[in-house]
Design a binder for this molecule. Sequence first.
Ligand SMILES: Cc1ncc(COP(=O)(O)O)c(C=O)c1O
Length: 368
Amino acid sequence: MPTPPSLSSRLPVFPWDRLEPYKATAADHPGGIVDLSVGTPVDPVPEVIQRALADASDRPGYPTVWGTPELRDAITGWCARRLGARGLGPAEVLPVVGSKELVAWLPVQLGLRPGDRVAFPRLAYPTYEVGARLAGAEPVAYDDPRDVDPEGLRLLWLNSPSNPTGRVLDADVLRATVAWAREHGVLLFSDECYLELGWEADPVSVLHPDVCGESHEGVVAVHSLSKRSNLAGYRAAFLAGDAGVLGELLAIRKHGGMMVPAPVQAATVAALNDDAHVAEQRLRYAARRDALRAALEKSGFRIEHSEASLYLWATRDEPCWETVADLAGRGVLVAPGDFYGPAGDRFVRVALTATDERVAEAVRRLAA
Ligand SMILES: Cc1ncc(COP(=O)(O)O)c(C=O)c1O
């Protein structure tokens, strides 16, 4: 029987598998591991969201891919209130099953093929490249997107605030990039899943009229509730922007059965209509960030960027795996910077997603 060509062979080694031995070392510490490697929320799902999920538990029928009218209203309302987006209608939003699946499968769903190109930041969340490879398209890493050759470029990813660096692109840079993408007919997707986690910067959405003007043409923002609402376990995210692009994705995703479960749709409505839990969660992360930043700097690290997001981008000017090994020996696990591209090979990414008790323990161990 002929064997089908392996899709997974197009993909890099799953990076987190390479961290396993260091995780085992850190776990052997008598005081237990402090895991600052993955940006996974550890605080409770806010009560108001849990209640909405439970209240919607009796939903025997299929949900729709486009979501309930209540969900579409909650998304457009939130985009107007929090992003300053103007005139966004229900045809300009689309729920997705967490944003990772969207990032990974977007090029396929857009019909990209070998010969097409997908560009993303040189230091980036690895799934942008994975998405390009799944479609057989060429991945292109950039320092400045406007330096990319637009020939064959079908999709441009922005990510502000950035994972892993926490860097924020200001409105002027975003506006110039949108103008460049429109001029060259390149579709621009802006991953804004850390937008509500600005510390020393106030992140601006690509949907703000100062950036995209009065039209959303050629521009789509990606938002996730995983980080801002501690909902990584629910898989709740959405797109907002160009109606033509979202209409095409809706058609494809309907055929593919890519539906957000009905109780999660109800929970997302509650989460988007409540700003109080976001403010509360921000305070927790701000305190952890201050404590970790001070402890890292005192123990010889330099922090770059990190003005927003859930991470500190730290270096001791040595190869990242040396830093990872040293910290693992002290029971603290961090992510090596080269997970996010070779340009990160002298940095580590330190996540703020550990309990206050574990963060205090990390601070003690860094001081020792
Ligand atoms: C930049 C970026 N985009 C997307 C995601 C995916 O988040 P989710 O699938 O939970 O929405 C992450 C997760 O860490 C991320 O860092």
